[in-house]
Design a protein around this ligand. Structure first.
Ligand SMILES: Cc1ncc(COP(=O)(O)O)c(C=O)c1O
Length: 414
């Protein structure tokens, strides 16, 4: 009997997505035992204190007021020009780099990751990613015959491990002569870490030093999917100006997403933004990504682009949106602070949290702990190096009690 029909490169383990699987179990527990007693910290989506998905009114009122034709229409392959302009404003704020910049619309931030990896590496290349990372980086790389190399994100003092970054960066670059490195900051998934401006300087100094060799091609993919929930005001956007006037063999791609910042996860909209001191190289980026759009998904979601454009062009809509977003940003910060403080009180080791949707707990038996926590009606994602607790999805009250529950289970399993 035939056991396979797919081509060799398309054979993958027959497994469902672990995170969505666990989220399904949490929902079943809520049905059986009630939401008061279940802690569902699985998905990276903002939920209110009752566990319901937060959908920003200032966003969905605009969506629902769109004429049908604006929802139904195809978008341009590269994205609507007014959308792309609005993306640059929303992404950079007042910190737009002094460089040539072009953007191409993608379905979510995922599309920008796909384009960066596909179009800036050769088959067989390895891309450089921290050892605490968003797993689709690997899925996307492996799908197209690339691999992922990890550097260690934190040193023994729990600071950004610049030595490990440098070592792995230079080893791969010397071998391949081109290197895509993904830096998921601010508000890294899964740790909640954000590189400081000084850490960015160190990273870019390493890149500039290596860029002195004209044979080297260095590509940064800066994944800013969570930027709208990072820092106070726009402080976590300051680093963007550092991509000004870089050597032309350093190319920067910013992976922008509307999923989190506009609570539009399922509407699939984002952009790949190319930044270079050489105009020809951003034009090349634009046409390369446009070609990939046509080849992969043709074009993006027109209604999502229109929402962004309408909010951007109407000061009242924009201020309503900013106000609502800031309300949730504050809510998130309070939850995270409650978790971090409670972790300190019960002596639960966590990784340094600065911003965003998640806090991580390092441990070697994460799957075993996650399984045991299910018995306590707590649902926490297990990763290779630890547990990921989604403060975005859990009320402040529950964030306060969760570290003690986790710590108890960890101690029990020692
Ligand atoms: C680190 C990271 N990058 C990018 C994304 C992009 O998501 P989307 O394609 O839904 O915009 C996500 C979403 O979970 C993420 O966690």
């Amino acid at each position: 009997m035939l056991t396979s029909m797919v081509a060799d490169h398309a054979k993958w383990p027959k497994e469902n997505d672990a995170i969505f699987g666990l989220a399904g179990k949490a929902q079943a527990a809520i049905k059986e035992f009630g939401k008061e007693v279940v802690i569902d910290s699985t998905l990276g989506a903002l939920a209110d204190d009752n566990g319901n998905l937060i959908c920003m009114e200032s966003v969905f009122s605009v969506l629902k007021s769109l004429p049908n034709a604006e929802i139904a229409a195809y978008a341009q392959v590269a994205g609507q020009p007014d959308y792309l302009n609005a993306v640059l404003k929303a992404c950079f704020g007042e910190y737009r780099p002094d460089a040539f910049i072009r953007a191409v619309a993608t379905p979510g931030g995922t599309g920008s990751v796909k384009h960066a990896i596909t179009n800036y590496t050769n088959v067989g290349d390895s891309i450089l990613v921290a050892d605490w990372f968003w797993s689709p980086y690997v899925t996307i790389s492996e799908e197209i015959g690339r691999t992922v190399t990890n550097y260690t994100l934190f040193n023994e003092k729990n600071e950004f491990n610049i030595a490990s970054f440098k070592e792995n960066f230079e080893t791969l670059l010397n071998k391949q002569k081109r290197l895509v490195t993904i830096i998921n900051t601010p508000a890294n998934n899964p740790t909640g870490y954000s590189l400081s401006d000084e850490e960015w300087d160190q990273v870019l100094d390493i890149a500039k030093e290596n860029a002195k060799n004209p044979e080297n091609k260095i590509i940064f993919l800066v994944d800013v999917a969570y930027i709208d929930f990072a820092g106070v005001g726009n402080e976590r956007r300051k680093f963007f100006t550092k991509f000004s006037n870089l050597p032309e063999n350093i190319f920067t791609i910013v992976g922008y997403s509307m999923s989190k910042g506009y609570t539009m996860y399922g509407l699939r909209s984002g952009a790949a933004i190319g930044i270079s001191s050489n105009e020809d190289l951003v034009d090349e980026f634009y046409f390369s990504c446009m070609h990939s759009n046509r080849a992969n998904w043709s074009n993006g979601t027109r209604a999502a682009m229109s929402v962004m454009t309408h909010i951007d062009s109407d000061p009242n809509k924009l201020s309503a949106y900013e106000e609502e977003k800031n309300k949730y940003k504050t809510m998130l910060r309070q939850r995270a602070e409650a978790f971090v403080q409670a972790a300190k009180e019960v002596d639960l080791e966590i990784l340094p949290y600065r911003d965003g949707f998640f806090v991580s707990i390092p441990c070697t038996n994460a799957k075993q702990i996650s399984d045991e926590l299910i018995k306590e009606n707590m649902f926490v994602v297990s990763l290779k190096k630890g547990l990921r607790f989604a403060v975005c999805a859990v009320s402040e009250e529950k964030c306060k009690v969760s570290p003690a529950i986790i710590k108890n289970v960890m101690d029990r399993l020692k």
